[in-house]
Design a protein around this ligand. Structure first.
Ligand code: ADP
Ligand code: MG
Length: 400
């Protein structure tokens, strides 16, 4: 997917508006622009295309999650912006200013990586002060900035410790404080929670939400392979696959109307049922899945859904209704597996008339369905949403 690559139209409008507005040119520009960026690693036969025609614009203050499986090019995109990797083609801009050729230190970007990357022999205070000393800031000002940054991540009491005297979560907070100390306009985070255990990750998500809200003018690019982090933190989620940006939208839009099967599956727990489109009317479509007819949502534009064409229907497991065998409107199914997950039990069901597919269904609580039990299954009207037929391979690696 390629976003419009020039801002000629907007710039033109801006110029005519400039007479009446006192706004500076850069305020009108996206905080971050990737303009058809390509990155190819290696030479000769051993080359990898890590980014292909990657275009993205991020508004000032916005938080974008770059979400995708391992190897999809997320870190490369972040490194291009930070200046650690030179793009093979394309340009990157900050507030409209081309920074493609600028050294990393001159970009004023804060970067946080998965492995913390703290200096082991330096106390917390000096780690956080590092970027400020490099900028030759006055000592008194440095102390103020360090205190402010440590307080933002609730680490004020740990200023005199060495990194090895801190837990993983605390080290990551210090790394965030170090990135914040330079008061960056743009903060890049590369899987900052990946090294932490599940429970700590959850509380750190809450803290990062607080940080995001406390810094409304800071633009953030948050790289993750974890859909839960992306949904929790991002204003918009950019889904990456095989060096390309495949979909971008707000998290709720991607969740409820995934444009591609890949995104539906990668955001977690999607049944993708092959169907043939019948009649489309208004916001819904009548489709056939095997011998069953289903009424499903048909996202705009309606021209995507031609009668007779193949498509997928995305149904979330919690929308599948499991009933007794023979209940009105239900189809016979056999339980293939039942896994209790705490709040729900995830059933895998083999449906009569859909021989090649297992349907996943979440039933509340700890269900007493046994493997090989015969049940009824029903999809409520509009529980499914049409998705373009297409290749979804590689999307199942994400936690659901
Ligand atoms: P992600 O962060 O999504 O896991 P990366 O951006 O790290 O993906 O990598 C994208 C692709 O580029 C992968 O195939 C990876 O193996 C390759 N790659 C990354 N860094 C290098 C490098 N320095 N040299 C060669 N190939 C690389
Ligand atoms: Mg990475």
């Amino acid at each position: 997917m390629t976003e419009p690559t020039t801002s000629a139209g907007r710039a033109g409008t801006h110029r005519s508006a400039a007479a009446t507005a006192t706004q500076s040119a850069s305020d009108d520009q996206p905080a971050i622009t990737f303009d058809r960026v390509g990155v190819r690693y290696g030479r000769g036969k051993n080359t990898t295309d890590a980014l292909v025609d990657f275009s993205l614009r991020v508004t000032r203050g916005e938080t974008i999650a770059l979400l995708g499986p391992s190897g999809s090019g997320k870190t490369t995109a972040l490194k291009v912006l930070a200046g650690f990797v030179r793009p093979t083609s394309g340009r990157v801009r900050l507030s409209g200013r081309d920074i493609t050729d600028l050294p990393p230190a001159k970009r004023g970007i804060g970067v946080v990586v998965q492995s913390y990357a703290l200096f082991p022999h330096m106390r917390v205070r000096d780690n956080v002060a590092y970027g400020l000393k490099a900028r030759r800031m006055r000592k008194g000002d440095i102390a103020t900035r360090v205190a402010e940054a440590l307080s933002m991540v609730s680490m004020s009491d740990y200023a005199d410790r060495l990194p090895r005297e801190l837990s993983g979560g605390q080290q990551q907070r210090v790394a965030i404080a170090r990135a914040l100390a330079i008061r960056p306009d743009v903060l890049l985070l590369d899987e900052p929670l990946a090294a932490l255990d599940a429970q700590l990750r959850q509380s750190m998500i809450t803290e990062l939400q607080g940080l995001r809200d406390a810094l409304p003018d800071t633009t953030m690019l948050y790289v993750t392979h974890d859909q839960a982090e992306a949904l929790a933190l991002a204003d918009r989620v950019a889904v990456m696959r095989d060096a390309r940006l495949v979909d971008i939208d707000t998290a709720p839009a991607l969740w409820s109307r995934p444009p591609t099967g890949f995104t539906a599956a990668f955001l977690g727990g999607a049944n993708l049922i092959p169907v043939t489109i019948g009649r489309v009317s208004g916001r819904t479509a009548l489709v056939s899945a095997g011998e069953r007819m289903l009424t499903v949502l048909a996202p705009e534009p309606r021209t995507r859904w031609a009668p007779g064409a193949a498509a997928l229907v995305c149904v979330r497991p919690h929308d599948v209704v499991v009933t007794d065998l023979g209940a009105t409107g239900s189809t016979r199914a056999v339980v293939r597996s039942a896994v209790w997950r705490g709040p729900v039990t995830r059933l895998s069901l083999a449906i009569d008339g859909l021989p090649d597919q297992l349907l996943e269904a979440d039933v509340p609580g700890r269900s007493d369905h046994r493997v090989d039990a015969v049940v009824g299954v029903r999809l409520p009207e509009n529980a499914g949403v049409l998705v373009d037929a297409g290749d979804t391979s590689g999307a199942t690696g994400s936690p659901t």
